[in-house]
Design a protein around this ligand. Structure first.
Ligand code: ADP
Ligand code: MG
Length: 267
């Protein structure tokens, strides 16, 4: 890794990305977010904002702070300082379930589905509120709910797998199931940590299309390494390095940013 990288958080040439309207309303505003683990700043004064209907890709070398950033947005890790505003509401300090209820859905790096349950059962238990209401099982099995499950299953390419045990799905299909389990909860913002890891090229292609469809009507932040995948799906890319924003712009713009090239060649 180069030790002399200019780590300015503001890019000199402000990139404009045609598909992101400057008048679009912001849904997420991260401001000067910092977390320090025993004095080590995994995320260091990071600011970014996401618009409605935006699909933002975050890239960066291992240890750049990408997962930690998502951990702080979803309430898993409490920042040392800084703020995360979602629809104008401060999320820092809220418990994780409140952040989910506010409309933020998080998918972790390794898929966590219930392997012993069928695909449809995995969807059913993801429906919000099911646990709270006695007797709601019948409601959840109602036509409306089943239609919704089918629609989501189709969206995530699992319509023919509904009766299969989740444990028998391929790694890629498990990733899709988990994305579907988030979609069932109708979040306004989805946080996806390396959703195409372990996927075949064909599965990656389908996932790219899926994420672009999801981002019509929702906002999505996706962490990804594969630059071909990133180029295919992203309108705007944020590059993290050492807990800070190193560069931001279209995939093509960040790819030819000398600071980004330095960091990646340094690895
Ligand atoms: P990325 O997802 O970009 O690969 P991470 O966000 O997982 O990076 O980690 C960023 C840095 O913070 C790494 O150096 C990692 O070792 C460190 N880190 C992450 N979580 C913790 C923790 N709970 N305690 C101490 N260090 C951590
Ligand atoms: Mg990570």
């Amino acid at each position: 890794m180069s030790a002399v990288l200019p780590l300015s958080t503001t890019s000199t040439e402000t990139p404009t990305v045609s598909s992101v309207s400057t008048t679009a309303q912001q849904i997420l505003q991260v401001d000067a977010l910092t977390v320090s683990f025993d004095g080590f700043k995994a995320v260091d004064g990071l600011s970014l904002s996401i618009h409605r209907d935006e699909l933002r890709v975050i890239i960066g070398p291992n240890g750049a702070g990408k997962t930690t950033l998502l951990d702080m947005i979803c309430g898993k890790t409490r920042p040392t300082s800084g703020s995360v505003r979602f629809n104008g509401r401060e999320l820092v300090g809220l418990p994780e379930h409140e952040i989910v209820r506010a409309g933020v859905g998080r998918k972790f790096q390794t898929p966590s589905v219930y392997e012993d349950l069928t695909v449809i059962e995995n969807f059913e238990i993801s429906i919000p509120g099911k646990q709270d209401v006695l007797g709601s099982v019948f409601f959840r099995r109602s036509r409306d709910v089943q239609d919704r499950i089918r629609a989501v299953a189709e969206q995530v390419f699992l319509q023919s797998m509904l009766q299969h045990k989740a444990g028998r799905l391929s790694h890629g299909q498990k990733q899709w199931l988990e994305i579907g389990m988030l979609l069932i909860q109708s979040p306004e913002l989805l946080l996806l940590d390396e959703p195409v890891a372990g996927m075949s090229p064909r599965e990656r292609e389908l996932t790219g299309e899926l994420l672009q469809r999801i981002a019509r009507g929702k906002s999505v932040i996706v962490i990804e390494h594969d630059m071909d995948f990133v180029k295919r799906i992203a309108s705007k890319v944020t590059v993290l390095h050492q807990g800070r924003v190193l560069s931001e712009g279209s995939a093509a713009q960040v790819q030819c940013d000398p600071r980004v090239i330095d960091v990646y060649l340094g690895h």
